[in-house]
Write a protein that binds this ligand. Structure first.
Ligand code: AMP
Ligand code: ZN
Length: 489
């Protein structure tokens, strides 16, 4: 028996006790990446949050978990960047052909592979997923759902595309349960084709887009009308979650920007088509920001995991940095923040190593480790409060240095950290073997300053910074937009 888990439900806007709908298994659906480029670490926050949730449900809650995350391999951006002549095409993807579907698959499979490599580096295990479905593999299910929505009178065909009739739906269901929608500018019958749009643009949204010349398409005929084309972005999630998890399932996750339009549209589609809401529990993570702004491709203020590892940053320090903030608060990304996370992670790692050394004969607080575990797990059960859990760890290790523990307490502490690591997944549980060789943050900082100096054409400063790095025993090599640091041997 696990501990009662409390979660903040975006639908009710309150923290509620969570219980699976059926038996002991929690069915979770997470909106996954659009594989048109490398995911940035803002995106990664959303996936790390879902990973934390599923781990806490298993280890603290004692549940089994069925976790599904979709791969969006067809949308406006994947089509745009896989089309001939696009600068998004890389030679590693092979050669482009005159078959748009083939190009789309080669292009998206490349970024899908990169995505899996990146999340594994961040400690997310591919084996923990029940399924990682690609949108294009669920076309018949999407088409079937679209036909159902049309059949129920909540969607219509226009010039080979299909639109969801928001006004009609509002007569029956609610639109705007996760997100307060402003209907002031709403014009019944006005349509929006874009996958992503703003609150001001709330209109009939697209379920299926009629083919355009040169674009990949799937055959679709509706009431004798040719509707060959491809799905809008929202429909894939409604179809895949029903097919893979059944409706209603337990928890839906995503970043807060997905509340509208993506999740609002998902609720409307599922309810209008299948007659049921997808889930009653929606959990959203807040943004990872850079200087007060959402990290995003469009603002250009992003780092991919590859950018950061090339700067010598250990992905596990990024994982731990994200764990040190609550998922429901914004996290401001800075190199200093990563440095601090690394320091904290290694302080705890050292403690774990020390637990394997010999200690005292006697330790008088017999319940110390049980109490620590209770407190840490209670914090995690309280809406995944990782910062409080980490604070409890530090309070404990500061007042109970490893050298003061007797062998029994050490054994329980090792066991406890081993269990906690099934959630945190940032430590090496075992005896200290070799010192891990990674680039110290100070060196990364010098390299950052050098990059900045170069971009400002201050080559004298850039040169002196390079010399400094060499003096410290490292070499900095330039890449196209960044650099790589290597330790001199
Ligand atoms: P996308 O590939 O754009 O569909 O985004 C994948 C996931 O990343 C979604 O759950 C988004 O809500 C989430 N996301 C995007 N940018 C950020 C950010 N700066 N911070 C946290 N989550 C984000
Ligand atoms: Zn989705």
């Amino acid at each position: 028996m696990g501990i009662q888990i409390l979660l903040n439900n975006s639908l009710t806007k309150s923290v509620e006790p969570f219980k699976p709908l059926e038996g002991n298994t929690v069915r979770i659906y997470s909106c996954g990446p659009t594989v048109y480029n490398y995911a940035h670490i803002g995106n990664m926050r959303a996936f790390l949050f879902a990973d934390l949730l599923q781990r806490v449900l298993r280890i603290v809650g004692g549940y089994d978990v069925k976790w599904v995350m979709n791969i969006t391999n067809i949308d406006d951006k994947t089509i745009r960047d896989s089309s001939p002549g696009s600068s998004g095409w890389k030679s590693d993807m092979g050669t482009q052909t005159d078959n748009p579907k083939e190009n789309l698959f080669k292009f998206t499979e490349f970024y899908e592979k990169c995505f899996f490599e990146d999340i594994e580096k961040l400690g997310i295990k591919i084996d923990d997923f029940y399924s990682l479905p690609r949108a294009t593999e669920y076309m018949p299910y999407m088409q079937e759902l679209i036909e159902k929505i049309i059949g129920n009178g909540y969607a219509y065909v226009s010039e080979g595309s299909v639109y969801f009739n928001v006004n009609k739906w509002r007569e029956k269901g609610t639109y705007g349960r996760l997100y307060n929608i402003d209907f002031e500018n709403f014009r019944a019958g006005a349509r929006i084709d874009a996958d992503q749009y703003e609150r001001e643009d709330v209109n009939d949204f697209v379920l299926w887009k009629h083919r355009k010349p040169g674009e990949p398409f799937w055959e679709f005929e509706i009431n004798g009308e040719n509707c060959d084309g491809r799905p809008g972005w929202h429909i894939e999630c409604s179809a895949m979650e029903k097919e893979l998890l059944g409706l209603p399932f337990d928890i839906h996750t995503g970043g807060i920007d997905l509340k509208f339009p993506h999740h609002e549209d998902e609720i409307a589609q599922s309810h209008a088509g299948y007659g049921i809401d997808p889930t009653a529990f929606w959990c959203h993570n807040e943004f990872l920001e850079v200087e007060g702004q959402k990290m995003s491709k469009s603002l250009g203020n992003f780092f991919t995991l590859r950018d950061l590892t090339a700067k010598g940053i250990d992905p596990l320090d990024i994982r731990f940095a994200m764990l040190s903030a609550h998922y429901g608060s914004t996290y401001n990304f800075t190199f200093d923040g990563i440095k601090a996370a690394r320091k904290a992670r290694f302080r705890l790692q050292d403690y774990i190593y020390e637990l394997y050394e010999t200690g005292r004969d006697e330790f008088n607080d017999k319940n110390a480790i049980t109490n620590l575990k209770d407190e840490v797990f209670k914090n995690l059960a309280d809406d995944l409060h990782t910062p409080k859990a980490i604070a409890s760890l530090f309070t404990f290790i500061n007042s109970n240095p490893a050298s003061t523990l007797d062998s029994e307490a050490r054994k329980s502490a090792i066991e406890f950290f081993g269990e906690l690591n099934k959630i945190f997944a940032v430590w090496d549980i075992g005896e200290r073997t070799t010192e891990v060789e990674i680039i110290p943050p100070d060196i990364t900082e010098l390299a950052e300053q050098r990059l900045k100096a170069k971009s400002e054409k201050n080559f004298a400063l850039a040169d002196s910074l390079r010399k400094k790095i060499i003096d410290e025993g490292y070499t900095v090599k330039d890449t196209k937009d960044s650099y790589v640091i290597e330790k001199n041997v």
